[in-house]
Write a protein that binds this ligand. Sequence first.
Ligand code: HPA
Ligand code: ZN
Length: 342
Amino acid sequence: MRETLTGDTDLADFVRGMPKAELHLHIEGTLEPEMLFELAGRNGVELPFEDEAAVRAAYSFTDLQSFLDIYYQGAAVLQTTQDFYDLMAAYLRRAHADGVRRAEMFFDPQTHTERDVGFDVFMEGFTAAMADAEAQCGISSALIMCFLRHLPGEAACETFRAAEGWLDGIIGVGLDSSEVDHPPEDFAEAYAMARAAGLRPVAHAGEEGPPAYITGALDALGAERIDHGVRCTEDPDLVARLVAAQTPLTVCPLSNLALCVVDDLADHNLKRLLDAGLKVTINSDDPAYFGGYVADNYVAVATALGLSREELARCARNSLEACFAPAAQKQAWVAELDAYVG
Ligand code: HPA
Ligand code: ZN
């Protein structure tokens, strides 16, 4: 039996059963058209779309910015604590079904605070749903607060100060939104404050931006993981540095395809990155917009690039090792993976 996106069913079952972490996931990017309409109705928000089919038809992107314009528009339906709870609960249910043991999820506070939706509203919704999901199905999760890089570095510092009462519920900081012309160095001060408060630094770099932005994320921000990072191969010295440090790359194949970072999944450099000895992980980025959750990404890239089960398991192992959970917990998940793949 064949399935459309996921290739053969054995492969899909193998992937879904494999313990893994998801480390590159924007919670606002999990807003499915169905929930978009439900929340718009609940909150009296007018949508520029007739129905769910029209929304899906609009999800045809030419680059990162063409996606971000629609993504920020969609986020406007998120207004109450219940909305953020529902969004988070739906994603964690979906991730659990994909074999995710640990999810480290980005959120964009500035997208909400600029609409006068405050930290109390979204943090209470997120954290309640995360606690309930852990109690109900055992999935472990954590939040990474992203700064929007199309806004000034000073706005990121202000956002960090606004988050100070909520840091117990935040494990790290990240950097997202329009990459080109917004270098990581602009955010050095906000990251210094976050690191001083014990938060783990990660950053999007080398998705559309040049390899110099990856170097900048490492040097100016102290990034411990690079989100995307696929353009690192344009700088062999940088590749050698990332291999030596085993800096994790959170690669998102279906995102790269949807945003035209690659024209065809068969051209994706994920296998070359793995072969070079880089610590590659596979993730979904914004699954409601890019046509697949994390297991779909594993299957799609395995099918397009002919990855072996051993290579898929290596990506899953990398994800568990690269997550920010306590060491003993990570070891237990890796042991579970080892038992699974034999
Ligand atoms: N890149 C930059 N910003 C984003 C992304 C992405 O892939 N997804 C959501 N915000
Ligand atoms: Zn992303």
